[in-house]
Write a protein that binds this ligand. Structure first.
Ligand code: AKG
Length: 228
C-alpha cells in the first residue's frame, strides 16, 4: 500500500466533529455500554450538544471497550473512497463500519454476519479466527443468536491482519476478532459490508474477481492503494 488510506488525524477529526450518538457510534464491552457512561451533554448557546467525556472514554477503552462507528463513509472521504474501490471491484453496494480498540478480548464474541464482509486493517493489527459456517449463506433475519447453533471448536483459519490487508469473509462464516497491542498505535479495523459479492480469490497477494458465482470462501489480499 503506497500510503495509509486512513490516518489517526482522520479519527481525531471525526471524533471531534461528529456527535457520539447511537446508532452512529456505539461502545461495546461485553455488551453495549450506555452512552451516558462515556459522553456528556453540554449546553451551548441555542442548543445542547453531545461530546465525549475524555476521561471516561479513555477509561472504558483502556479496560478493553471498542468504539464502533457505523456508516463511516458518510463522515469520511477516505472511507467513501475505500467503499467505492471495494464496491467497484466486487460489483456491489457497500457501506462501512470502523472498530477502534486499545486492548481487550474483542468487540463481539464468536458470531457470524448476514452480509459479506471485506475487512480492511487500517491501523495497527488484529487477530481474526475464522470458523466454518454451521448455517451456510444465512439471510438477514437468520442471525447466530437466534439460531441455537454453536461455533465449531476448531478454527478453519487464524490470521493476523496488518495495516493495508484486505480480508474477505462470506456471510455465515463464524469469526472472533482480537485487537493486538505492541505497536505505537492502537488498532483500527474497517469493515465494509457488501451485498451479493461474486466469487473472489487471492492470486499471488493480489485480489482478483473471477466469474459470476457465489463466493466460495475466505481470502486475504492487499489494498491496491489506487485512488478512485
Ligand atoms: O474488528 C472488530 O473488533 C470486530 C469486527 C467484527 O466482528 C465484525 O465486523 O463482524
Amino acid at each position: 500500500m503506497a500510503e495509509r488510506p486512513f490516518a489517526w488525524s482522520d479519527i481525531d477529526q471525526l471524533l471531534h466533529s461528529v456527535e457520539p450518538r447511537v446508532p452512529l457510534m456505539r461502545m461495546f464491552h461485553h455488551g453495549q455500554v450506555p452512552e451516558q457512561a462515556y459522553t456528556d451533554d453540554i449546553v451551548e448557546p441555542g442548543r445542547t450538544r453531545r461530546v465525549f467525556n475524555k476521561a471516561k472514554f479513555y477509561e472504558h477503552m483502556g479496560r478493553g471497550a471498542t468504539l464502533v462507528i457505523n456508516w463511516l463513509e458518510q463522515h469520511s472521504v477516505a472511507a467513501k473512497r475505500l467503499c467505492l474501490e471495494v464496491g467497484s471491484f466486487a460489483d456491489t453496494r457497500t457501506s462501512s463500519n470502523a472498530y477502534l480498540s486499545f486492548a481487550g478480548d474483542g468487540t463481539f464474541g464468536q458470531h457470524w454476519d448476514t452480509h459479506d464482509v471485506f475487512v480492511i486493517q487500517l491501523i495497527g493489527r488484529k487477530r481474526w479466527r475464522i470458523y466454518p459456517p454451521t448455517f451456510p449463506l444465512p439471510l438477514t433475519y437468520q442471525t447466530n443468536d437466534t439460531s441455537g447453533h454453536t461455533c465449531p471448536t476448531e478454527p478453519a483459519l487464524e490470521v493476523i491482519l496488518e495495516e493495508g490487508d484486505v480480508f474477505y469473509i462470506p456471510r455465515g462464516w463464524w469469526h472472533h476478532v482480537i485487537p493486538l497491542q505492541g505497536r505505537q498505535l492502537p488498532p483500527l479495523g474497517g469493515v465494509l459490508l457488501a451485498d451479493n459479492v461474486r466469487l473472489c480469490r487471492s492470486d499471488g497477494g493480489q485480489i482478483v474477481r473471477a466469474g459470476d458465482r457465489r463466493p466460495q470462501g475466505i481470502f486475504r489480499g492487499r489494498l491496491s492503494g489506487q485512488r478512485i
